[in-house]
Design a protein around this ligand. Structure first.
Ligand SMILES: NC(=O)C1=CN([C@@H]2O[C@H](COP(=O)(O)OP(=O)(O)OC[C@H]3O[C@@H](n4cnc5c(N)ncnc54)[C@H](OP(=O)(O)O)[C@@H]3O)[C@@H](O)[C@H]2O)C=CC1
Ligand SMILES: O=C(O)C1=N[C@H](C(=O)O)C[C@H](O)C1
Length: 278
């Protein structure tokens, strides 16, 4: 029998941390050896997730937990301001980070990549671990080759701290990859006019924010979990590619895949799409 992969999870008491801990505790492939958060300190992660006690309690001290438990992987679902520092603590100890936290700066990924290469280990940074969302982004990238006019609408629960979502940013980045091709395929006057010329934005921001040339609209509503539409417009037609996360369980298979694959990587891989054969 193959050995279980030893995992420490940061943000273990949060919405994602709890759901993913539950999945990691049940999985035959992983052993949760440590859990870190700023809240629920001292609580057993089994009890926190409706299981009998598992003997792992939440600690505030990531460095101490890493030194004591010597995991192979650090899973991070915290906040953008903490994720890079957490990952650095891991890499310096030869532990591979798998980061689900969104809102990291581009420079953060660069810094982490260099550090990982220096240490000869891998890291995965994935703004969305659900297969459906990865496919939605992949299909949007394909459609962007044919439709120059496109806008992104993302809808999340009202507690989400960052806007736009990491998924929306990644979608825009993927579509921007094919943009160079669009330049030559479509005449300039068929491209969207985001409030230039005679068009006037009567309410500031009403046309959304723009990233890499693509408008993004962020909605935050109770009742939502994570949803995104990528809407393409062409002559006489609209194409909508939509993904709905109805439960955070959707993120577990992708997270497990990243935990397995990260052990064989060198440097940072950004996006679950890079670990799948799409
Ligand atoms: N990649 C993916 O597939 C997904 C990514 N996400 C991302 O995951 C992140 C977390 O989301 P969610 O679970 O909803 O957020 P929550 O606010 O529910 O959970 C985050 C937890 O991390 C804790 N925390 C903050 N700073 C630290 C730190 N330095 N060390 C340890 N714990 C810390 C928070 O404590 P406190 O409340 O005291 O700040 C909180 O308990 C977000 O960036 C979100 O966008 C979410 C879903 C899927
Ligand atoms: O905060 C969330 O909930 C989510 N965050 C990720 C993002 O920012 O894209 C992934 C998913 O959309 C849920």
């Amino acid at each position: 029998m193959t050995e279980k992969i030893k995992v420490v999870i940061t943000g273990a008491a949060g919405k994602m941390g709890r759901e993913m801990t539950k999945g990691l505790l049940k999985s035959p492939k992983t052993e949760v050896v440590g859990a870190v958060d700023l809240v629920q300190v001292g609580t057993d992660i089994g009890v926190l997730n409706g299981f009998p006690p598992v003997g792992v309690t939440i600690s505030k001290d990531l460095a101490g937990v890493l030194d004591r438990t010597r995991p192979q992987v650090l899973v991070d679902f915290t906040v953008a301001s903490a994720a890079l520092e957490n990952a650095k603590q891991a890499v310096l100890r030869g532990v591979c980070p798998v980061i689900g936290t969104t809102g990291l700066a581009g420079g953060d990924l660069e810094e982490l990549h260099i550090l990982c290469e220096e240490r000869g280990i891998g890291a995965v940074v994935a703004p969305n671990f659900s297969l459906g969302a990865v496919l939605m982004m992949h299909f949007a990238r394909q459609a962007a080759r044919y439709f120059p006019h496109v806008e992104i609408i993302e809808i999340h629960h009202e507690q989400k701290l960052d806007a736009p979502s990491g998924t929306a940013l990644k979608t825009a980045e993927l579509m921007a990859e094919v943009r160079a091709e669009l330049e030559s395929t479509f005449a300039k006057d068929t491209r969207p006019d985001h409030g230039q010329g005679k068009k006037e934005e009567k309410i500031k921001g009403v046309r959304g924010g723009e990233y890499q040339g693509f408008p993004i609209h962020s909605l935050r509503l109770p009742g939502a979990i994570a949803h995104q539409e990528v809407i393409f417009g062409g002559q006489g037609q609209l194409l909508t590619i939509r993904h709905d996360t109805t439960s955070r369980e959707a993120f577990l298979p992708g997270l497990l895949l990243a935990i397995e694959k990260v052990l064989k990587l060198r440097g940072v891989v950004y996006g679950l799409d890079k670990l799948l054969e799409l």
